[in-house]
Write a protein that binds this ligand. Structure first.
Ligand code: ADP
Ligand code: MG
Length: 689
């Protein structure tokens, strides 16, 4: 390309990964300088950022000495005069300009003693300016310091882009969105969009380009997910669970500890439909903390047993796995079903017999941690795998469960981190999904308040009163990621502090943290579960799943250090019994704006979905738990929170297209198909389909 020699080519490769014309074309500007307007000098105000003026050069002289030496010129239009200043390149500018000629100047505005000035403006004679067709939005690209040092700054890259469009032809940019969809959406062509995103004539053109390109990103990704889903629905083999028999029915009619909520029933129906179809189920079950996902998992497992299969559930922590195991054993005791617990700390003698039981089929339900996906665990006939709190697991770990049976087992992945619909659509687009959107009856709402550190004495008095009423309390200290040691010391200091407020033998305290050996963790946890201790001091290790209905107060120390979804998860540990529950967010006085907003949202609502939407808005999808490697934030332009509406449109269009042309075979979809085949955007599920 004109203007790019071997040196520059090398720099572009190294610094911006621009190897080809196509790479350059898709390197979009981060802003435009508005040169669509000529300002009259008298109307310029300090509030303006960049201005463009047109007038006659009426003076020009070099003033000042040494470092203060500069070229000062004045430009006059019909309304007033503006000063132009150069500190560098004085000789060159002086040679180029002629007093008495007309010029157009553009630059960043400053005011000095109430008068407008432009330092180092771009300046062109009016004649030239008309010829090169100025009056447009000039693209500015982000570049690295190295590139700047070599003279390739954000504007110079624009010159290369200009060159690119001199050689590029419309026919080289194939339209990848079917015409009828473009028309239906009222969007511009790919060629126009790419031109206009770099060189729009006005703001409207820029917006038009941006929307079209965002839509393209979203549409293509929805199409990919849709194709994977439909391929799974059409081709993948699954185990046919043709019946619901004694295990399920006995439990449902005789041993269910409470009536199911409407949402639980609905979800079970969706699951039964999936598993009875002969296709592998791959379903995401979302439900807020405490919405009752566990019982749904259990009953799903019973259907597997009814069809002669084994089932397993994998939980992220030993504590949680232990709780599930206990609960399942108790509930299933009258049904004569064999349940086993397998974790990293299962004793080796037990381990041997459990592994044997899993392999010969005498163990029907296995509850466990990551230990379940190890190669030594071989099932006789695994029909269903449940993953609890799936956001704590990676995609690869989930995939390992698929391989535990020759025909892949049905998968139910459960999460208590509510995922906004838009995020679910982009991050888990390959899964079908169910939502439990109703809490079991009889819960008393949690009151959440924000208190400053200086209110600590009153807070402690309040807690004392609650404990003396028979309640239990959590104290949570933040996890400081940078330093495990610091975290530990903080927690110890916190523990001593709590102890000073709540002395033995009136009060007993448990403590759990990540550094503790797991047997010790277990002992401490169990003492709290059994009510032997009234206070649990902990880091976020208790965040997930733990169920102690009598605990009704949660104090979160340095609450400003927690993210929204984490705060929500933590708060979900209380409000599980019938007692009135409280969550107290403690912070120091001077917390930042975002932290303030997070805390105020927590005080306003307990609706996990509202909180998740807000979280997405505040942080963007890249930071939301468990979506990091999911491809949800691989969009260059689209923002799944801000562009929600566009995403819905893209999904609708993609679904409609796949319905009428599932294999994308129709001639009018040829270009799209070709595009899908060449554009190998990485999706984590690419390999699995
Ligand atoms: P999560 O969805 O967070 O995993 P759990 O399954 O642990 O929630 O359920 C939370 C609590 O609610 C448990 O104590 C459970 O026994 C209880 N529960 C679940 N479903 C119902 C229901 N339909 N009616 C009453 N209590 C229920
Ligand atoms: Mg749970």
């Amino acid at each position: 390309m004109k203007g790019v020699g071997p040196m520059r080519a090398d720099m572009l490769k190294k610094e911006l990964q621009i190897f080809t014309f196509e790479d350059l074309l898709f390197y979009f500007p981060f802003k435009h300088l508005d040169k669509t307007q000529i300002h009259t000098i008298a109307t310029i105000t300090p509030a303006m950022d960049f201005v463009q003026v047109r007038g006659r050069l009426i003076s020009m002289e070099v003033v000042g000495e040494k470092r203060g030496r500069r070229l000062v010129a004045h430009l006059r239009d019909a309304s007033g005069i503006i000063e132009l200043t150069w500190f560098q390149g004085i000789n060159w500018v002086q040679k180029m300009l002629l007093v008495g000629n007309d010029y157009v100047a553009f630059g960043r505005l400053s005011f000095f003693l109430g008068k407008p000035q432009l330092s180092h403006p771009e300046i062109e004679s009016l004649k030239e300016s008309n010829e090169s067709g100025k009056n447009f939005l000039e693209p500015i690209y982000s570049v690295t310091e190295k590139l700047k040092a070599r003279g390739l700054n954000g504007r110079a890259l624009g010159k290369l882009m200009y060159q690119l469009f001199l050689v590029l032809e419309e026919k080289e940019i194939t339209e990848n969105i079917p015409l009828n969809i473009l028309q239906h959406q009222g969007m511009c062509s790919r060629w126009n969009a790419l031109r206009q995103i770099h060189f729009p004539k006005n703001h409207l053109q820029y917006e038009e380009a941006l929307i079209r390109l965002k839509f393209e990103e979203l549409f293509i990704s929805q199409l990919r997910w849709g194709m994977m889903r439909s391929a799974r629905h059409r081709y993948s083999r699954g185990i046919l669970f043709s019946k619901v028999a004694t295990h399920f029915n006995d439990f449902f009619h005789q041993h269910l500890p409470f009536p199911l909520t409407g949402a639980q029933k609905r979800v079970l129906k969706e699951i039964r439909q999936d598993m009875g179809s002969g296709i592998q189920m791959n379903r995401l079950l979302q439900g807020d903390v405490g919405s009752g996902k566990t019982i749904v998992a259990l009953m799903t497992m019973l259907i597997a047993l009814d069809n002669g299969c084994q089932a397993c559930i994998m939980a992220p922590t030993e504590i949680l796995a232990g709780q599930h195991f206990e609960q399942f054993s108790k509930l299933l005791n009258p049904l004569n079903i064999s349940v086993a617990l397998l974790t990293g700390s299962t004793k080796s003698a037990d381990r041997k017999s459990i592994l044997k039981g899993i392999e010969d089929g005498s163990i029907q339900i296995v509850v466990g941690t990551h230990a379940l996906i190890e190669d030594v665990v071989k099932f006789k006939n695994l029909g269903l795998a449940v993953v609890d709190e799936q956001h704590k697991f990676g995609v690869a770990q989930r995939a390992k469960l698929w391989k535990k049976n020759t025909v892949p087992p049905h998968m139910l992945v459960m999460t208590a981190t509510p995922i906004p619909r838009t995020l679910a659509m982009t991050a888990y687009g390959d899964l079908d999904y169910s939502v439990i959107d109703e809490l079991p009856p009889g819960r008393t709402p949690i009151t959440t308040v924000h208190r400053l550190d200086d209110a600590r004495p009153q807070v402690m008095d309040f807690i004392k009163a609650e404990i003396l009423k028979g309640r239990q309390v959590y104290f949570i200290f933040p996890l400081i990621e940078e330093s495990e040691k610091l975290q530990y010391e903080d927690l110890m200091r916190g523990f001593e502090n709590v102890k000073a407020w709540f002395p033995e033998p009136t009060f007993w305290i448990s403590m759990v943290h990540g550094r503790m050996p797991s047997d010790q963790k277990e002992i401490n946890m169990q003492r709290f579960v059994k009510g032997e201790t009234q206070i649990m001091v902990s880091t976020t290790v208790i965040e997930v799943g733990v169920n102690v209905p009598n605990a009704s107060v949660m104090i979160i120390e340095s609450a400003e250090k927690f993210g929204l979804s984490q705060l929500h998860q933590l708060r979900g540990r209380v409000g599980r019994g019938s007692e009135k529950s409280f969550c107290i967010l403690l912070t120091s006085n001077g917390i930042g704006k975002d932290a303030k907003e997070r805390i105020s949202i927590m005080c306003q609502t307990t609706d996990g979905f509202k909180i998740a939407e807000k979280d997405l808005e505040l942080r963007g999808p890249g930071d939301i738990q468990g979506t990091r490697q999911s491809g949800a934030m691989n969009f260059k332009l689209a923002d799944i929170s801000a562009d929600r509406g566009l995403l819905e449109q893209a999904k609708l269009s993609a679904d409609r297209l796949l319905k009428s042309d599932p294999d994308i075979k129709k001639p009018e979809h040829g270009a799209l198909k070709a595009f899908l085949q060449t554009d190998n955007a990485d999706t984590p599920w690419g390999k699995i389909s």
